[in-house]
Design a protein around this ligand. Sequence first.
Ligand code: FPP
Length: 247
Amino acid sequence: MKVEKMEQELKEKIDFQKVPGHVAVIMDGNGRWAVERGLPRHEGHRQGVETVREVVRCANELGIKIITMFAFSTENWRRPAWEVNYLMSLPEKYFQTELPELIRENVKVNLLGDSSRLPGKVKKAVDEGTEATRNNTGMILNFALNYGGRSEILLAVNRMLQDAREGKIKGKVNEKDFNRYLYTSELPDPDLLIRTSGEKRISNFLLWQLAYSELWFTEVYWPDFSKVHLMEAVYDYQLRKRRFGKV
Ligand code: FPP
């Protein structure tokens, strides 16, 4: 079927009043996409940035309120130096071309992760993006960079212990209190997690926040992921019965 026809059909089926508010994405398969085409792995990442551009645009059009993209994990430092360097050049490239549109579209950019270990140029690019969109009130675009779910939870625990020592915490903490110490702070949990490339794991992404998220997997490699796939995921999400432990 032609892409335009698929898009039209999905448009008719999707209930635009019930689009998932927060969508988290594990962008996987860049390397395999490149290797299968006889290209160097970095070509997959380069194309992956194009997909990020398209998906952010489409998420905004569909009315998704928050999109959280897993761009670099705390474990990705174990890749060869050239690949780490290449991945670290991407935020700068992305913001150089996309920032004017993000500002115009009222998108608010956030960083989730430990920024202390990021190279200066990455921190600068993300800080500029965050700063320039600080007062925007539209879709929130979170980039998880040097992000790990376990280290986020440990950081939260250690910050809480510090606050307890300083007498800022009295008695027991509940889930709402704990949430405030996470990178996602006051944001609602993801309603939907998308992972591309056929892998079916969470890979240390948003471990606390994904507790009740709907999971959607596709065989499609990230560089081939497009608007139609995002719409398919949204439609499939709408067919799910979310019970949150109830009957
Ligand atoms: C996983 O594919 C992908 C990554 C580790 C990097 C994801 C990053 C992007 C798509 C671009 C980020 C864009 C911005 C703007 C920061 P893989 O390399 O593990 O693929 P493989 O499993 O096929 O080898």
